[in-house]
Design a protein around this ligand. Structure first.
Ligand code: ZN
Ligand code: ZN
Length: 275
């Protein structure tokens, strides 16, 4: 039986400990819960044999079936309508216009980083391009995670800066276990892999005193880690004092928007972005 008690508790705790982000956390709560439920309901059987080569799959190769992508998109639409009541009308319009076949086509375009089919579809059906983009992007992320979750663990390579499963960029760093292991979470498929503690996940620079930690005095376990060498930063959560499974840790960054703002004020760039 799928049980999301821990995820629900974490979302409530986060909103309580970060009142300034509570509105954002509440808006994304239905989506986070729907994602967990969909990944459980549509799980692929886990492959046990290691596959050849990394990344193990690429965006463009992802199988996108009409029926499943349609069902996933409709659950995403429901979650977006619940989380963003102010956009309910726009969400309803997207729901009416999207047929399973068009979801599949738009997901394929999004996977191939081709914005045109989405723009045309929004225009033709008088939809809000932002709402359509969000629904398709979230559907694609769930499809990516579904495939990635079926893959066996990648062999440890301490210097691996991109996702071994899909080739995506890391969006969050998590310090866990007594030994202070560090794992990076993928923006696209949501899986994580071990990475060396002292190196920059953007440029790989591993010199003493190169990384700087930035945090608010009362929350040292939530920080941004910036690199003097390349000027990029990544958000990092230290979950060693929390009762939190590593898989659930990515949700913690919903409460860390203040660190993004602080870093960008200092002219530092999120990973993967160039000036
Ligand atoms: Zn990935
Ligand atoms: Zn760097």
């Amino acid at each position: 039986m799928y049980d999301d008690t821990a995820l629900r508790r974490l979302l409530i705790e986060l909103a309580a400990s970060h009142p300034e982000h509570a509105a954002v956390i509440r808006a994304f709560t239905p989506l986070a819960l729907a994602r967990g439920k969909l990944l459980d309901a549509y799980a692929l059987s886990r492959k046990t044999k290691p596959l050849d080569g990394f990344p193990m799959f690429r965006f463009e190769e992802l199988p996108v079936c009409s029926e499943k992508s349609g069902a996933i998109a409709s659950a995403v639409l429901e979650a977006v309508a619940e989380g963003f009541p102010g956009a309910r009308e726009q969400v309803e319009a997207v729901r009416d216009a999207l047929k399973p076949g068009s979801v599949r086509r738009l997901c394929k375009a999004s996977l191939a980083h081709d914005p045109e089919p989405l723009a045309l579809f929004a225009e033709k059906n008088s939809l809000s391009p932002d709402v359509l983009d969000m629904v398709i992007a979230q559907t694609v992320k769930i499809l990516m995670a579904r495939t990635a979750n079926s893959l066996p663990e990648a062999p440890f390579d301490p210097a691996r800066k991109t996702c071994p499963y899909c080739g995506g960029k890391p969006e969050l760093s998590v310090v866990h276990e007594k030994e202070g292991h560090r794992s990076l979470f993928c923006t696209d498929c949501g899986r994580h892999w071990r990475f060396q503690r002292t190196a920059c996940p953007s440029c790989g620079c591993d010199k003493p005193d190169n990384l700087r930690l930035h945090f608010a005095e009362n929350t040292p376990d939530e920080r941004a880690v910036s690199c003097k060498n390349c000027g990029h930063y990544i958000l990092e959560a230290d979950i060693r004092k929390r009762d939190l499974a590593l898989d659930g840790a990515a949700i913690v960054c919903l409460g860390m928007g203040y660190l993004d703002a602080l870093m960008q004020e200092q002219g530092l760039l999120p990973l993967g972005e160039s000036a």
